[in-house]
Design a protein around this ligand. Structure first.
Ligand code: HEM
Length: 224
């Protein structure tokens, strides 16, 4: 007997649905001109500082919502202060902007912050916000940190605190445990597709930030 699409999705784990449901969006994010120029070492210090300043707003909101939801029976199971990135982003901002932090005037950031804020009162959706950023930082983020260090000839750890999880020395077992937690969250069947849709939408919100940065690439191109 062939399983129907519904049966398949009911038996598929949430972590698989989230990863597979956002593969196309992930590929698109990786391929954005700003990200590929950044990982090729072609974005200037000012450009990377602008990127950090935008994400500072996003993580300030993520971590404010996380502290509100720490005891929530679903979202609270993922929340872990060892993941907090705000202080690391602040430190990197000081490094890359050399004192004068860039202003943020961005519709993409405003839309992203609003969407994270909305999950404060719809906490199962915070699962999608948490997963997309923190599992990403523990994955591709590690690659970005190494490339920046190499391309800018930095001392180990310099300017890349964003990707250094001091209290999580090995991302792989942490990510495996995180996925196992996702798969045992007490999520109602009706909420599973809502979470997967939210992951896609969060990728889109990140993509909108990259699009704004790509539109400014001429200003942010590094002269080597
Ligand atoms: C240059 C950009 C990027 C590169 C090179 C990259 C690379 C990667 C790689 C290699 C993995 C797999 C790691 C593993 O198997 O353990 C991964 C996973 C992931 N990435 Fe990215 N990524 C990029 C951008 C992004 C962005 C912009 C986001 C979200 C905003 C993101 C979110 C994720 C997530 C959530 C995972 C975990 C998937 C899962 O196993 O469930 N990535 N990334």
């Amino acid at each position: 007997m062939t399983a129907t699409a519904q049966q398949v999705s009911e038996s598929t784990t949430l972590s698989t649905l989230m990863r597979e449901g956002s593969m196309a969006e992930h590929r698109e994010a990786e391929g954005s001109a700003f990200m590929s120029t950044l990982t090729d070492g072609g974005v200037s210090e000012a450009g990377y500082a602008q990127y950090l300043a935008m994400y500072r707003e996003v993580y300030a909101t993520l971590e404010s919502v996380a502290s509100d939801l720490a005891d929530h029976p679903v979202a609270g199971r993922l929340i872990d202060p060892r993941l907090d990135r705000l202080a690391a982003i602040e430190a990197d901002l000081d490094f890359w902007s050399q004192g004068e932090r860039p202003a943020v005037d961005s519709r993409a950031v405003d839309a992203y912050v609003a969407k994270v804020e909305a999950s404060r009162t719809d906490p199962v959706l915070f699962v999608a916000h948490h997963y997309t950023r923190y599992l990403g930082d523990l994955s591709g983020g590690q690659v970005i940190g190494r490339l920046l260090t190499r391309e800018f000839g930095l001392q180990p750890g310099e300017g890349v605190a964003f990707y250094a999880f001091g209290e999580i020395p090995k991302p792989k077992p942490y990510k495996d445990a995180y996925r196992a937690t996702l798969d045992t969250l007490p999520v109602e069947a009706v909420d599973r597709p809502r979470i997967v849709d939210e992951v896609r939408s969060v990728f889109g919100l990140n993509g909108a930030i990259f699009a704004e940065l790509t539109a400014r690439l001429d200003e942010f191109r590094r002269t080597r």
